[in-house]
Design a protein around this ligand. Structure first.
Ligand code: PLP
Length: 218
């Protein structure tokens, strides 16, 4: 699987360039919308950490793959409605998109009830875009505190920078917000900018099209 090998090599090179241990960077292969055969090829090439942005799509795709590849780790990287939270807690291993108090409270209840306590990332809307999910930077400290009060296992912060802006400014903002809240996980960087994100401290990069090819083209 040449796309995967190439991206792994680039992650390692970006880590070395930044004087970081590549082992502290998790590559999430974003498999949304990709044909099953492509996802299977990436699984067979040894990749185990995947990201999906929709609960329904993950429910159709992943239970079958998990039977064959039980050590798969699945990240939810898209918006989560509270009425799908239970299904998400059953299907996923990491929730990267905690973005509002109502969802945080629901997840805390479900973790308590099911005993599945999934590592969570708070999504920050660093570009303050009205159409995008995430807490505003100014509200992040209070929301982190609220999630901690609820007992959510917080792994870090996540962002999706605006498409038309220099991502470095957004990565730097996310890193500052995480640091001042004592959080070490930084999920940032996609196909177009994961190397820059690694230079700025990303511990999770979410790469789709650069591994699988463009979505919607087979
Ligand atoms: C689709 C998606 C990605 C991957 O995007 P690529 O540009 O294909 O690498 C990363 N993060 C989120 C939240 C996404 O929805």
């Amino acid at each position: 699987m040449s796309g995967l090998e190439d991206i792994r090599a680039r992650v390692a090179a970006a880590a070395a360039e930044a004087g970081r241990d590549p082992g502290e960077i998790t590559l999430v292969a974003v498999s949304k919308v990709q044909p099953l055969a492509r996802v299977e090829a990436v699984l067979e090439a040894g990749q185990r950490v995947f990201g999906e942005n929709r609960v329904q799509e993950a429910a159709e795709k992943w239970p079958g793959f998990r039977e064959r590849f039980p050590d798969v780790v699945l990240h939810l990287i898209g918006p989560l409605q509270t009425n799908k939270a239970r299904q998400a807690v059953e299907l996923f291993d990491v929730i990267e998109s905690v973005d509002r108090p109502k969802l945080a409270r629901r997840l805390a209840e479900l973790f308590e009830e099911t005993g599945r306590r999934l590592p969570c990332y708070i999504q920050v809307n660093t570009g303050e875009e009205p159409q995008k999910a995430g807490v505003l930077p100014a509200d992040t400290d209070a929301f982190v505190a609220e999630c901690r009060d609820l007992g959510l296992p917080l792994a870090g912060l996540m962002c999706i920078p605006p498409v038309d802006e220099e991502p470095a400014l957004h990565f730097a903002l996310l890193a500052r917000l995480a640091e001042r809240n004592g959080l070490t996980g930084l999920s940032m960087g996609m196909s177009a900018d994961f190397e820059r994100a690694i230079a700025q401290g990303a511990t999770v990069v979410r790469v789709g099209s650069a591994i699988f090819g463009e979505r919607g083209k087979t």
